[in-house]
Write a protein that binds this ligand. Structure first.
Ligand code: NAD
Ligand code: UD1
Length: 337
């Protein structure tokens, strides 16, 4: 199949491109490089020995997207193109709503105009909100989000579901990611955050490489075994392989499927720090600080639906995730620059 990856030069998109090419699919990428670099795609080509059709452009630009879709005629779109920094979304809500909702509408309209009927969407565990106790199951009603980023995901899920009600030939797979970390085993592609990382693993690797002095663990007094929050960390290559399965599943289905992509195994912040230190033989300075507002104590997936419906299960360990994150960071201390 030929797959259009909107936002495909980013962290998850570039890893998914590798997995799709290795599975024998063709890959087209559209990205405005707002949070990425074309170098990621050059490295995808180098790793796989295969060519990617790469387009610079904005997924909110209807003419651009339509021209590209008419020319490439993809069988399926994977919609990664979005802004994702939670704190920034609180400061700049309109920018987040504009970009994230508009990319979704523009992609859906261009698909309708060109007869493309398959879309896989990057959603997030954040849509379960605080109301649902872990493990999060796809049948749970969505909860309320604590920030505009989360609301954009919740709203985009609704838009995609409504589109599938109106067009019975449409296939929509909503993938709810838990906490993707790690990098391709080669260390050639990985996560490349701009500025101070918001997420745990990039912060840990930047402390380890000497770019930041120490990690602040957000809260040590939660009602969890070691007092720090529990999350469902998933290796980005497992996540990428989940997308290959989702695309192949969508090819033979219509309607909406919501699928968690997680491991089902929670780990604490201190588990991450300790495993990272052990696996890589490098010290990570940290201190326990105050809680971060909006953080939930325990979030992890019920991962059984992905196994049942997609025949997919995460297989890499926390040690793999820590080793590969560090391998990427130490070989690319300044990312793709
Ligand atoms: P990323 O920022 O690395 O990738 C997103 C890509 O989209 C970037 O390359 C960016 O330049 C591009 N982009 C943004 N707006 C665009 C636009 N208008 N037109 C064209 N390109 C545009 O982020 P990621 O971690 O790879 O995440 C991919 C998707 O998965 C995002 O939608 C994100 O919200 C979602 N997600 C990520 C996580 C995570 O922890 N990384 C968790 C849950 C969901
Ligand atoms: C965050 C977002 C979520 C988003 C996800 C992936 C919030 C409230 N939630 O989830 O919407 O989908 O990222 O992008 O921001 N931690 C530290 N110190 C740090 C950084 C993190 O202790 O410097 C802790 C956090 O408290 C949390 C865990 O590490 O317990 C993971 O944090 P993070 O990587 O930001 O992911 P989430 O908070 O799960």
């Amino acid at each position: 199949m030929k797959i259009l990856l909107a936002g495909g030069a980013g962290y998850i998109g570039s890893h998914t491109a590798v997995a799709l090419l290795e599975a024998g699919h063709q890959v087209v990428v559209l990205d405005n490089y707002d949070n990425s670099s074309p170098e990621a795609i050059h490295r995808v080509e180098e790793l796989t020995g295969k060519k990617v059709s790469l387009y610079e452009g904005d997924a909110t630009d209807h003419k651009r997207v339509l021209d590209l879709m008419q020319r490439e005629q993809p069988d399926c779109v994977i919609h990664f193109a979005g802004l994702k920094a939670v704190g920034e979304s609180i400061e700049q809500p309109l920018r987040y709503y504009r970009n994230n909702i508009d990319t979704t509408l523009t992609l859906l309209e261009s698909m309708a105009e060109t007869g493309c009927k398959k879309i896989v969407f990057s959603s997030s565990a954040t849509v379960y909100g605080a109301e649902n106790a872990a493990p999060c199951h796809e049948l749970m009603p969505k909860g309320s989000c604590t920030n505009p980023y989360g609301w954009t995901k919740s709203m985009m899920e609704q838009i995609l579901q409504d589109a599938a009600v109106a067009d019975k030939d449409l296939s929509v797979v909503l993938l709810r990611y838990f906490n993707p970390i790690g990098a391709h085993e080669s260390g050639r592609i990985g996560e490349n955050p701009r500025g101070i990382p918001n997420n745990l693993m990039p912060y840990v690797t930047q402390v380890a490489v000497g770019k930041r002095e120490k990690l602040t663990v957000f809260g040590g007094d939660y009602d969890t075994p070691d007092g720090t929050c529990l999350r469902d960390y998933i290796h980005v290559m497992d996540l990428a392989e989940g997308h290959v399965k989702a695309v192949e599943f969508g090819a033979n289905h219509t309607g909406v499927d919501i699928i968690n992509l997680g491991t089902g195994q929670p780990y604490s912040v201190l588990d991450i720090v300790h495993t990272f230190q052990e696996v890589n033989g490098i010290k990570v300075n940290y201190e326990i600080g105050p809680r971060r507002s909006g953080d939930l104590p325990v979030v992890y997936a019920d991962a059984s639906k992905a196994q049942k419906v997609l025949g997919w299960q995460a297989k890499r360990t926390l040690a793999d995730m820590c080793r590969d994150s560090w391998n990427w960071q130490k070989n690319n201390p300044d990312g793709y620059e």
